[in-house]
Design a protein around this ligand. Sequence first.
Ligand SMILES: *[C@@H]1O[C@H](CO)[C@@H](O)[C@H](O)[C@H]1NC(C)=O
Length: 314
Amino acid sequence: KSFLRNGGILLEDLIASSNGKCNPIRNFSAEELITATNNFHSSHSILTCCIYKGYLDDRPIIVKKFKSLTRGEDEVRSHAIRDIVIATQMSNHKNVLKLLGCCLEFPVPALVHEYAANGPLNDHEFLPWKIRLRIAKELAHALTYLHTALSRPVIHRDIGSHSIFLDQDFVPKFSNFSISITIPPHQSHASDGRKYTSVYSDPEYMESGSVTEKSDVYSFGVLLLNFITGKKDESDVWSRKYQTLVRYVKDHVVNKRGTKIVDPNILREGGGDGQAQQVEAFLTLALACTRNKGNERPDMIDVAKELRRIEKSI
Ligand SMILES: *[C@@H]1O[C@H](CO)[C@@H](O)[C@H](O)[C@H]1NC(C)=O
């Protein structure tokens, strides 16, 4: 029953959004995934919820299996299916966690991904500056692709260090497209009547409930601020005074204390003038991305270009 219901919805969404192009993904049985993850044993859990490490033919994999809460099951199901549909179209991008296939036999479909040895970006606080810069550049490229290379622009809507994984070489991989939304033809905004808010959310989206490419640009800007300040946790002392990381940084910059906000770990690297200039340009870019008005923010493609330029400047 689950197979038919899930399969029907999946096929509908896949056809609607792949625009005639075919995207083969493998279909796994429930038994295969139960064996691979030792029956979704909690010791195989990579994050607190839903994400498990498993083995298929001795090859490590990540399995996302959502709990089937009876209330809200339809919503969780449509999230999982959205994730499959967009991940399928993005899977060839090297900064997207490759989708190997899915299993439709559970009440909510499970996703099977390639493994990412360094886990969620969330877990890494002290990456060297050079690596932070490269990660930012690669993520900007993947988002440009999401906005421009599919049959319709797709807005990720949930960018943040929780939705990015790192492989064994610290190559970043976007992993969760479950609330990604497609901009309808002849329109510039998209809305599904729901607001998903986080510390990364665009203030315009929080107010209106509708997103544009610039909403992703804002969230990406907050991520850049995470990289430069080494801060993300809202429970920090600073957040009581400033509430958001964006306000904290803007206040310091306005009062000419911009250098105070730079992560001491970056300063300790002693990268000299070249690195200091990179950090400054990176901060300027992050501030442009987090402007209050969407139409004053750069496009993702320009963000990607600027990050490439900053990286090459040394
Ligand atoms: C994906 O993102 C959605 C929306 O933020 C969240 O509810 C869900 O738990 C996430 N799923 C995974 C597997 O991280």
